[in-house]
Design a protein. Sequence first.
Length: 559
Amino acid sequence: MAEPALILDHVYEHESRHAGSVYLTQPLGGGAVADYTWAQVVDQARRMAAHLQDRGLERGARVAILSKNCAHFIIAELAIWMGGYTTVAIFPTETAATVRYVLEHSEASLLFVGKLDAWEQQRPAVPAGLPCIALPLAPPTEFDTWDAIVARTPPLAGRPSRAADELAMLIYTSGSTGTPKGVMVGFGAITRVGEEIAKDLRRRIGADGPSRVLSYLPLAHSFERSWVEASTLVDGRTHVFFAESLETFLQDLQRARPTFFLSVPRLWLKFQQGVFAKVPPKKLDRLLGIPLLGRLVARKVLKGLGLDQVVVAGSGSAPIPAELISWYRRLGLKLYEGYAMSEDNSYSHTSNEQFNAPGYVGVPMPGVQVRLSSDGEILIKSPGQFSGYYKQPELTAQSFTEDGFFRTGDLGEQSPDGMLKLTGRAKELFKTARGKYVAPAPIENELNAHPMVELSIVSGVGQPRAYGIVVLAEQLRPKTGDPAVRAQVQKELEQLLSELNHRLADSERLQMIVVAREPWSIENGCLTPTMKIRRARIEAEVERDVQRWYASQGAVVWA
């Protein structure tokens, strides 16, 4: 009986059957792009794989990639796999300290340096003597270049294979709390995930329909790695476009005209706020309510966002406000929320045409088993299950039940028809001075649904009541120096607080809303590279101000 195909087997089939089809499109700046067919992608990967073997790396050696999303991130990963090695991808926005930690902890034997914005700050973190190769679009370095190596190296022949239980990649978590953990992913797991996602997307888009996707969420994270890279390596008929920069993002979207589009809640919110900056919410709501005109307006809004060709839109990485999902669906965009994590290769739950109630993250994907523990913790067993935490056997053992379910740390509840709702993180629950637990996530979702709010956290350990900190919407922040604008913001946030507290249980009600001094970002350490909030970092930074805020007795406090 033949062994099931693994991800490289799919790639070799595409090399043969789709040789002349464009797989990857990379912007080069100034409007120029480079297209890479399947034949070119696999040929370059074979040549680099041969070079890695010529260097004498041991089978299973860890080979790191430090790069923003680009065509050669995927090609380099294929080369690593063909050569017999394991990929260690590092977030391109990481600090030097984290870059050094990951390289040393993984015992990386070589580093691919790619498209980067902060290379000068990260470069000192690369251990002396570690061999490095510069990918196309890398910053200027003295390293041997990808193009030079593939030009002089004959391609690796045949169909180099890997076993299902061999380690394909180490995915280092983005570290919202503590030191990043190395999530071990085998070839069997990443293959099954890629196959099931590709099958699901094909069902939704159509067996022979055009399939285009824009890759811009970090490929170092499992979300993009599974839903974009692995699924397209399996499918073979999806055209992957890359974004050039934040400044060109709209043009990149217009070039790709994606049929499948993934994003995270913060970016879905920013898209909405960009629309509101051009058309006030009340006016847009009125226009959308006019029968024929409403459809034309909705279409124009989606076209302006570059999303008018999208058949399936997904949101993941963090909870998204139900009101935001409903807003996009009113525009005609089928936005579905999902739920997963690095430990299951981002393969767990997703909404679909039948199960898509806002506020729920959908139903288990094929092959996924889920149950709730006695205290409401979500327990998952997935075909994409990781092999354990690298060099942390005790933590690995603690993370599973006796019968093999992963302890997610998330709290949830299930509807009678099997849909899952997230109600918070077990470790994020905190007690106020009243001795009652507060789950911050549902309250934060309600705050984030307000058009003036970009991000929020709810805190207040040991305080009389909890409080919320909000980051104002980007287009609003520069205007708050105007006393009239500031007064209007104050009034609306006071109303938000009153309406929110009216809906909350007494023990959950907020004492005040605090307006953050500055936006939270990856650069100032308040967001992870996947735009999750670093709650502990923010709480530590404001700790000295909390008592002053409570003493002010204000409903809205400006930090």
